[in-house]
Design a protein around this ligand. Structure first.
Ligand code: ATP
Ligand code: MG
Length: 297
């Protein structure tokens, strides 16, 4: 993907794929090196400028959560240092921003949990009174907290397509009842524990998405990244009001700036970002990390 070319590539490992944010390399045939770049996308377009520390924040935050939640379900981390599988000249490209993981058979479901009703979930509720086939009481306001978190799966779409929300029954049809029920129970438990903890740190996790894979013994393993600003909606508690959709914690400054660029049609190439916007955004990522973990990056 040429739009992803603003991050340097490793030369010693085969690149399997490059998403909007991450570059994924094969390490032998049983492991992956997932490198989180400083790329930022807004309105689905990757900005030209990297955001300093963004990749380190996302990676370190995911590691923080994997460790905190490992009693709920096994995860894909091998425990080996990413630096151990690259050449010496590549160490600065991976240090602090990568995970060395087991290569799993992906379950083609995005396991979404919502504690608050916002975004596509709120839209679906307005249109149908339900989300992913789960009927909800009338009169729920935008961004309102639900009585209990709900599991609203989506089918993973091919590259460039949007994921499709499906009902739990459809998920059962696709992957079988045992796996579907296990994923639902584990996802709700992960969300419950993470959001209870985040609340003690002044952050609401409005919703989030998990991905799972199966290992060689068909055991369920939590994979990808978890509970980062890319996979979740984080809201500072003090800015939360039901009825309005709170601004994005991480991308707010970029989106606000882009809204002022009336000449941009939201197609690549993006307009250049002012240094003040880049710095404010970088600070925001560090702030998310520091607030959630209580540590400085
Ligand atoms: P984007 O994030 O830009 O929407 P994407 O999600 O396809 O695109 P990435 O997040 O960069 O791209 O790529 C990660 C890919 O690797 C995803 O398809 C994810 O499901 C998969 N993946 C994550 N962890 C593992 C793992 N341990 N084994 C196998 N596949 C994995
Ligand atoms: Mg992804």
């Amino acid at each position: 993907m040429s739009s992803a070319s603003n991050s340097p590539r490793l030369h010693s490992l085969p690149l399997l794929g490059s998403g909007k944010v991450r570059d994924n390399y094969a390490v032998g045939d049983d492991r992956l090196l997932m490198v989180t770049s400083d790329r930022l996308s807004a309105f689905d377009v990757i900005m030209a400028e990297p955001i300093p520390d963004k990749g380190r924040v996302l990676n370190t935050l995911a590691l923080f959560w994997f460790d905190r939640l490992k009693h709920v379900v096994p995860n894909h981390l091998t425990g080996e240092a990413p630096e151990s599988v690259v050449q010496p000249d590549e160490v600065p490209l991976v240090a602090g921003r990568s995970m060395l993981v087991r290569r799993l058979k992906p379950v083609l479901i995005e396991a979404v949990v919502r504690g608050y009703l916002v975004g596509s979930g709120y839209k679906e509720y307005l249109a149908q009174g339900s989300v992913s086939g789960i009927a909800l009481p009338p009169g729920i306001a935008q961004a309102e907290q639900l009585d209990a978190p709900i599991f609203t799966p989506a089918a993973k779409a091919d590259l460039g397509q949007h994921d499709e929300n499906i009902s739990f029954d459809e998920m059962v049809t696709r992957i079988g009842p045992d796996l579907a029920e296990q994923i639902r129970a584990v996802s709700l438990q992960l969300y419950r524990e993470a959001s209870e903890y985040a609340a003690t740190r002044g952050i609401i996790i409005a919703d989030t998405k998990f991905e799972f894979g199966l290992d060689d013994n068909d055991q369920l393993v939590l994979m990808d990244e978890i509970l980062t600003p890319d996979s979740s909606r984080f809201w500072p508690v003090d800015q939360y009001r039901p009825g309005i959709s709170p601004p994005s914690f991480d991308k707010q400054f970029v989106r606000d700036y882009l809204d002022t660029v009336k000449t941009w049609n939201r197609e690549p190439p993006p307009p250049p970002l002012p240094m003040t916007v880049i710095e404010a955004t970088s600070n925001r990522y560090r702030e998310a990390y520091e607030r959630l973990t209580g540590q400085s990056l």
